[in-house]
Write a protein that binds this ligand. Sequence first.
Ligand code: SF4
Length: 706
Amino acid sequence: MPSEANGARTDTHCPYCALQCGMSLTATAEVTPTVEVAPREFPANRGGLCQKGWTSASLLDSPARLTTPLVRIDGELRPVSWDEALDLVAARLTELQAEHGRDAVAVFGGGGLTNEKSYLLGKFARVALGTSQIDYNGRFCMSSAAAAGIRAFGVDRGMPFPMTDLTGADVIVLVGSNPAETMPPFLQHLQGAAAKGGLVVVDPRRTPTAEQADVHLAPAPGTDLALALGVLHATVAEGLLDEAYVAERTAGFDDMWRTVARYWPEHVERITGVSAADQRALARRLAGARNAYVLTARGAEQHATGVDTVSAWIDVALAHGLPGRRGSGYGCLTGQGNGQGGREHGQKADQLPGYRTLADPAAREHVARVWGVEPDSLPAPGRSAYELLDALGEAGGPKALLVFGSNVVVSAPRSQRVADRLGALDLLVAADVVLSETAAMADVVLPVTQWAEEDGTMTSLEGRVLLRRKAIDPPEGVRSDLDVLAGLAERLGQPAGRFPADAEEVFTELRAASAGGPADYAGVTYDRLRAGEALHWPVPEADHPGTPRLFLDGFAHSDGRARFVAVDHTGPAEPPDAEFPLQATTGRVLQHYQSGAQTRAVPELADVVPDAHIEVHPDTAARAGLAAGEVAVVESRRGAVTAPVRCVPSMRPDVVFVPFHFPGGQRANLITNPVLDPTSRMPEFKVCAARLVAARAAEQEAGEAL
Ligand code: SF4
């Protein structure tokens, strides 16, 4: 319902990805949707929106919308009052913790939650529940780039420069990124390099982004790291190293070179399939550019060696003297709406607000003071996302899980195992806007507000803090996640006022908690954001102008130098073999966002792409006896995904691609490998051994096995 008079315009940002395109919402009570979306001039999107943004208001008054709390009674979800739902949840949590200890209750957050929600969720877990068991789905997105960024530069901010700087580049190397489908307005920032013939895309698939590139390098899945080492070798061997930069601004080159010296481009060609000539050409292209950027995304990061893969590409950038130089650099293209802010304020297993670490005594002391509790009362770091999900209902694992803004039944790796673990819980609570596949399994479902119905801040992929403003009132019966946390905290015995439900009040507390930390928001206020100030963190004081470009004067390590990191290629954790001869990889399509829980409920998007598909080379399909459009099954050691085949001549014949937005038997994550990166705990979403069979053959085989 519009909170303003009809026709009132509210400037805000898109609810979906990390580009956070500027848009205006106009309340129009007479028609459906009751809010009209229009693009707005903003540096990220320059007046553009993608299909998801244009149609984002559809979900506000969608019939799929949840508007009343639900409790499972006799196996069915039935409407109850808010008091009944919250009383029940608080009572069960108290019982379970009394019986099994504090860590019997776990919390799972999301990279789409506002900064305020991420912050309050972390505080709720550590203070109201006293549990160490909290993590979030950003672990599945950006954690490898975050860890590699901290290792190299001492601090992680996806893009340590404004994205508009990209416009002036001669060369941009995109590694494992497909913005033509994930964030189309971002392509505007690549046009400068494209106009100079300098757009390079590294991706096993010829994606719509690769189609637009001047150079497309297609390494075998799981070999991006080796490709980076080949380019690095060529850089050094051909005398293209920026020696002055390496001497003045970096450390660790010699260690790195001891490993990389083995990676002759000819050797790397055998591993990756990318020719030695192409590797040398990329090294020369980077060396010849006045301004250049290396940007990584999920394709590089979602591996059991994701941190090392990103490190290898950062090493390439350092060898060419790019990071910390105006007009050049390295950046990570964060995906989820608040993928950046969501990883800064405490919903991660090992983290406190301001990008502080939970294991640091000074950080515990600072944050405990802001929260009004004893530092010793804060739990130790807990399990990472997949490890947490894997332990649910097991001996010694959590007995209850509260899920906010995440649909793990679709988005987590080895998703049938995750669904089974959710089914083993004594209590599953989901706060969501629609009955996602995870909410559908819950014992209690709490209907919460959407972006246009509440205030809150987001931090975009360039570290800029943005204000999302309330444009309309939520439907009756719906409460904000902040309200839910405040209501539960009070029922769990927390003092009144310790968990505020007002977003600006929560943000004021977040500022104090983050003060002095790496992601320092102390000087960011709602008033400054309302006034349109462009504030990139750190912003330590109220009169500080923000820090659009990090590292110009030095990196965040104590000696001011960036670190080369010596990394080695080991390849996918599960290489193809006779039984599973293909490599399966997963990704996105233009019309859907993440698990699809929201975009599948938008008719304009779901009508265009209602289902998953399996993308293969025509020869691969033919070998499996499949024609285009026939239903096929991709099987791995963990499960099988079923969908119609799409024959794409540009696909590598050894690769099969499945988009991951779809539920049921079309869940790409039924087959993915949950093996984890040892540092970031990122699962290996991007590659596993698989085989392709016709659905009829799979059915026959299953019948014979009975
Ligand atoms: S989904 Fe991303 S790219 Fe599309 S309109 Fe929204 S913020 Fe912009």
